[in-house]
Design a protein. Structure first.
Length: 282
């Protein structure tokens, strides 16, 4: 058993948004923060703000292994892992290429899974650790046009529930963060994944694009949160002795998770038809 407890923090996806905000908040709190991104130059400025920076690609086994070994060589163990790296794939189910679907799961699920496996031995050895998985309100509800993004976040929810049971007696907590819409580049990335062109789903894809833009830039953007809102919830989760298993972030996330828990499937489908125009034969 380790003689001291490392509270070094490893955060993925720190180039923008939630990951960057979390790195800054936890560094200010005094944690040894290792901020990571695929492109090291995108986080170079964080090195001047109390963070250590490392290159890490969650789709690359060698990259993940090297980052973990580097941190463990300096700190003994990784005490807090914030699995933040991810993006949203949007568009009609039938016409989404399998290459894009595999890439979505590789980033949002498999990378998270493997990186967690790599840090767990150190956490178990010191009998202390916090694994914070950035899920989404989209891991609780499912919206049209987001089949594969939602599937990855539902998977993160299931993985976290199983893992929480398995590692509790080793002193490791597993926490889910479930943000609603957050004002980051997430919306821009999601819009860029929606296919253009003709076909039976062209109008539907245009509708999905419009809804995503509305959530992040339009009339619904007033209800979106800021990356710092999520960062402060993560700070709370890693500093309290007994964190909650789930933390919805934004009022919309709280409302939607509660509604989905009590509204029957057909009733929820009917509600969605008031918000989205479903695909129809020409």
């Amino acid at each position: 058993m380790a003689t001291s407890v490392s509270k070094a923090v490893l955060i993925t996806g720190c180039s923008t948004g939630i990951g960057r905000a979390t790195a800054l908040v936890l560094a200010e709190r005094g944690f040894p923060v290792y901020a990571t991104a695929r492109r090291l130059e995108s986080i170079a400025d964080l090195a001047t703000k109390g963070c250590r920076t490392l290159q890490l690609d969650v789709c690359d086994e060698a990259s993940m292994t090297a980052a973990v070994k580097t941190i463990e060589a300096s700190e003994g163990a990784i005490g807090v892992l914030v699995n933040n790296a991810g993006y949203g794939l949007e568009g009609a189910f039938e016409t989404t290429p399998m290459t894009e679907i595999r890439r979505q799961f590789e980033t949002n699920v498999f990378g998270l899974t493997r990186l967690t496996q790599l840090v767990l031995p150190g956490m178990r050895a010191q009998r202390w650790g916090k694994i914070v998985n950035i899920s989404s309100v989209g891991g609780v509800i499912t919206l049209p046009g987001g089949a594969f993004y939602h599937a990855t976040k539902h998977a993160v929810e299931a993985i976290s529930d199983a893992l929480r049971f398995e590692v509790r007696e080793f002193g490791v907590d597993v926490v889910l963060i479930e943000p609603g819409a957050i004002k980051t580049k997430f919306g821009d990335t999601a819009i860029a994944t929606i296919a253009d062109g003709d076909g039976p789903y062209a109008a539907f894809n245009a509708e999905v694009r419009s809804k995503v833009m509305d959530a992040f830039e339009g009339r619904l953007a007033a209800f979106a949160g800021q990356p710092e809102d999520v960062a402060h919830i993560i700070e709370r989760a890693v500093t309290v002795p007994k964190p909650r298993t789930r933390y919805p972030v934004t009022s919309a996330a709280h409302l939607l998770t509660r509604i989905r828990g009590v509204v029957p499937d057909r009733a929820f489908d009917a509600f969605l038809r008031t918000q989205f125009k479903p695909p129809r034969p020409a």
